[in-house]
Design a protein around this ligand. Structure first.
Ligand SMILES: N[C@@H](CCC(=O)N[C@@H](CS)C(=O)NCC(=O)O)C(=O)O
Length: 215
C-alpha cells in the first residue's frame, strides 16, 4: 500500500488525494515526523515538501513528480490523453494551476489572522486572482480531450480556498462563465466530490480558527 506524508489542511495533499481516489488506489497517511517544517521530517524528506510518498523503497516528494509516477505505474484510468499534443496541453493546465493560480492565493495566507489583515494586499490579490481566472477561461477554449486528468486535480481545491477566504478577507474575485462551467464539470467527478466532502470541513475549520471567527 502507498504511504503519503500529509497534513490535513494542505492544498497540495488534497490535490494528490483526488488523483489517488480517481485511480482507486489505497493509501495510508502519516503526519510528517516531528511536525510541519521539522528537522526530523527533513531527515526523511530532504526538501521538507508535503506531500511526499513512499511506494516500497521509493521515496518521492513533490506532487507533480508523484502524480506522473502514479500515472505511469497505475495507468488505469488514464489521466493523460493519448496523443503528445493533448498530453502537453494537460500538463500545461496543471503547471498553470501550480505556478500561476495557486501562488496568487498563497500570497493571502499571511493576511488571514485579524492582527495581520492587509486590506490593500487582499484587494491586489483579488485583482490578480480574477486575472488568472480570466487567463484560465481562455486556456479552456483549447483544452485537451480528456474528461478529467492530471492537470485538473489542483483546481477544485484552490477554488474551495478562494470560496473559504472570500468572506473573511472581503475578496472580490470575478469568475468567468467558462471557469464556472469547468468548475461544475470537475466537481461532478466522484473523486473530486469525495475529496471536497472530506476536505471542505477541514479547510473551513482551519480558516475559521486562523481568521478568529466561529467555525
Ligand atoms: N509544488 C509542490 C508544492 C507543495 C507545497 O507547497 N507544499 C507545502 C505544504 S501545502 C509545503 O511543503 N510546505 C513545507 C515546506 O515547503 O517546507 C508540490 O506540488 O508538491
Amino acid at each position: 500500500m502507498l504511504t503519503i506524508y500529509a497534513i490535513p489542511p494542505s492544498l497540495y495533499c488534497a490535490k494528490l488525494r483526488i488523483l489517488l481516489r480517481h485511480k482507486n488506489l489505497e493509501w495510508r497517511e502519516l503526519p510528517p515526523p516531528g511536525g510541519y517544517g521539522s528537522a526530523a521530517y527533513r531527515q526523511v524528506v530532504p526538501s521538507g515538501n508535503l506531500p511526499a510518498m513512499l511506494d516500497g523503497d521509493l521515496l518521492l516528494a513533490d506532487g507533480e513528480a508523484i502524480a506522473e509516477y502514479l500515472e505511469e505505474r497505475y495507468p488505469a484510468p488514464p489521466m493523460l490523453p493519448r496523443n503528445p499534443a493533448d498530453r502537453a496541453k494537460m500538463r500545461e493546465r496543471g503547471r498553470f494551476h501550480d505556478t500561476r493560480l495557486e501562488p496568487a492565493l498563497r500570497a493571502l495566507l499571511g493576511s488571514i489572522a485579524p492582527d495581520r489583515r492587509d486590506a490593500a494586499l487582499n484587494e491586489r490579490q483579488s485583482a490578480i486572482l480574477s486575472e488568472k481566472l480570466g487567463q484560465l477561461s481562455r486556456m479552456l477554449e483549447t483544452g485537451p480531450e480528456l474528461a478529467f486528468g492530471l492537470g485538473d486535480c489542483g483546481f477544485p481545491i484552490t477554488f474551495a480556498w478562494i470560496d473559504a477566504l472570500t468572506p473573511p478577507l472581503a475578496l472580490s474575485v470575478a469568475w468567468p462563465a467558462a471557469v464556472l462551467a469547468f468548475r461544475a464539470r470537475i466537481e461532478a467527478e466522484p473523486a473530486v466530490a469525495a475529496e471536497l466532502g472530506a476536505y471542505r470541513p477541514v479547510l473551513q475549520g482551519w480558516v475559521a480558527k486562523t481568521a478568529g471567527s466561529p467555525a
